[in-house]
Each structure stands twice: as structure tokens, then as C-alpha cells.
Design a protein around this ligand. Sequence first.
Ligand SMILES: *Cc1c(COP(=O)(O)O)cnc(C)c1O
Length: 452
Amino acid sequence: MNELELLAHADVRGRRYTEANGQRRVFPLEEAIAALAAFDESLPALGLPAEATLALLDDVGSPATTASNGPRYFGFVIGAALPVAAAAERLMLAWDQCASTFDNSPVSATVERVAARWVLDALDLPRDSAVGFGTSATACTLTALAAARRELLARQGWDFDGQGLHGAPEIRVVVSALVHTTVKKALRVLGFGLNQIVHAPVDGQGRVDVTQLPALDARTILCLQAGEVNTGAFDPFAQILPHARAAGAWVHVDGAFGLWARASSLAHLTQGIELADSWTTDAHKWLNTPYDCAMAICRDARVLAEAMNSDAAYSSASLDAQKNLTLEFSRRPRGIPVWAALRSLGRQGIAELVERHCAQARRIGEGLAQAGFEVLNTVTLNQVLFRCASDAHTHAVRVAVQASGEAWFGGTLWQGRPAMRISVSSWRTRDEDVEALLALLEMAGRKSAVGR
Ligand SMILES: *Cc1c(COP(=O)(O)O)cnc(C)c1O
């Protein structure tokens, strides 16, 4: 098979997979998972045919996927892939561009610059901010926090690039008590000991409690969040940020999914967020681009560009070259699917996507309360947190839904007790899917109550 035939073959298989998107089991059957043993080959001495390789991947691999690109996957905040963004990725694969600088790929540099401008516009963040397109909110938070520390040290007269941390003034970190685990990971990787981090107490919805906010000063990095993973709650930015700014602290906002509320009629939830110094958000979650795609956004473009600079004698570039805004030196143009998604949705389409998911989440919250479940959060965003009267019942319901193959969502701990969390974040989820989920939950609730 030549290259073009092979690509056509992959397209046929991809098409078949996509056609079955709505009918597929949301979590694979045991048999499909057991069949993955077929991949357990030793490295062949001689190369095997491309066609057979693709066939193995599809025939054995496709049945063992989770249908997270389908309408009834409510786990984590995964998001599906918008057709236009997925199609743009297909074309990008044909290009195989290294999108580090204009010299490497004029088209990538140009389109990513437009994507950056549109993201700032859609999210209504300071228009001079730098936008680095990275793999994940984890990696983008790491870059933003590295830039934050370097800058706070520079303001203390410390040359971080030259001197490193040995003997440097101490930088404190204050985070929400419910900070996302990946922010802690980024801090840990950067050398902030977890025992040194100060946790700001939160209220019953998971918002930082302003009345108990730890002291902030010019040597403090404060990490807030837009969209707590369980409740979808937003920290009270408008109350905290003016104070944090006056104290000279650096404020970073983890808005992995929640920042997109700012592009909708729910923008008021994010009021004051524009005063932060840096923000992280994902495109692969609520914007529904394919994995993996995220953004580090930094108010002072120079600060991010200097911290992430990777110019060399053979490769120098402007401050807004992507290789100077992200961890990667070589990377594919992740901003292109963002551009494609934003272009096809438009302002109105983004708002509608977000608002529809929030309305569907509210409907789920109401339906669950009617069915006798305890809904633990005030559903304002796309997250619904709930449980049954007993922990055993909560467990039984979650397992029953997951095993049904009809829908999938995960478990969590909320205030020390097991709970379930539903996230609505796929463009494919229709109101019928929401009703089907409610019917499934009602049945699972009744059945496992009887069996107790
Ligand atoms: C998913 C998530 C992250 C991590 O994002 P990745 O892109 O998976 O690294 C961070 N914070 C919040 C609130 C999230 O929901």
C-alpha cells in the first residue's frame, strides 16, 4: 500500500468509528479490554506491513476506547472534538509542521498569532497578554508559575536565570484549599515544597473564603481558580484581586475549563478575573478541540517570553514566537485547532455551547433532586456533584451506571465522603442524552436501594 492508499484507508476506518459515535458503549466491555493483549508483542526484528498495523490498531484498539468523543460521556471535564477542529488537525498532520518560529512554519506562526488574539478577545482578557499554546493546563500552569516566580524575584533584585534559587529571597505560595492536583504538581516540580504552601480556606461551594484569606505581599504567588473540579465554583475574584494587586502579589488563575464561562452570559461569575497576572485554560476541554491543547496567558508578555526564552545562535526569534512562550522548542501548531474552533463557532457559538451545557447541568441537578439524590453543589456551571444517603448506595449507583455502557461519570470525595460528579462538556450532548442519563440514574438509584 502506498502512502495515499494508506491515508485513505485510515480515513475509512476513522469514518466508520465516527459514524458509530452515538451507538458505542461509553466504557468498553471486559472482552474488548482483554483483547488488548494482542498488542503485547515483542518489537519485531523486521518491520511489519503498514496496513496490518493500522488494522490491529482499529480492530483491537477502537473497541477498547472510551466514547469520550460521544454524547453520553460525563466523566472528568473531557470535552468532545468539534468536527472543524478535528478536520484541521487532519490537515495539520499532512503538513507536519514544527511550529516553533516563523522561519520553521510561516503559516503556523501566522494562524497561532490570530488564534492568540481571538482567545484574548473571546475571554475578554488584556489584549497585550502573551498566549503560549501548550499540551495541557498542567504544562501551561508550570510555565506561568515559573514566569511568576522569576518576575517576583527580579522585582526583589534577584537574577533568577543567573543565580537560580540558592540564596534567593523566599517566595511564598498561597493556593485554594481545593487547588487542582496539577497546580500542586507544577509547584512541586518547580521546587515549592508542598508543606510550605499555604492553603486558603474555602466555603461550602469550594470558593476561597475572603474573610480567611492569608496575608499577601510582594513575595507571594496566589493561585485562584475559575471552575472547581467538583462544584464548578469560581473564587471571588472581584473581592480578592484588587487587594492582591495592591499588596504586590502575583495572581495566577487556573481556569482549565471554567474560564470559558467568560465568553458567555455567565461572564459575571468571572468578574475581576481580568486583574490577574496570568491564567491557564484548556482548549481540549470545554472548547472541544481534540487532545491535546491548552494555553498559558500572561498579562506582561515580556515576563513569559523571557522566562521561556530558548533563542540560540542558530535559532533566534521574536518575543512572540511560540518556542519562547511554552516549554517546547519543537511542537505542532496547537493554536490551529483553537483558531478553527473559534472561527466556526464565532462569539455566538461559543456562548451557546457554554450556556447549553450549563442549562443541561441545571436540568440534571433538578432531575436528580426530584429522584431523591442529594445534590451537593448549587449548579451554576456545567458540573453536578451529588450523592445518595449512604456511601454504599453512592458506590452502587456509580458502578451500575459505569457498567451499563449507556453513560459514564466518575466518583470523587466531597468533604470527606464519596460523591459522584457529572460534567457536561461535549458539543454532542443533546437534551435527549441528558434525559436518558437521568432515567438511567433513577433506575440505578431504585435498584441499588432495593438491594441494600
Ligand atoms: C483538567 C484540569 C486541570 C489540568 O488540565 P490538563 O489539561 O489535564 O493538564 C487543571 N485544573 C482544572 C480545574 C482542571 O479541570
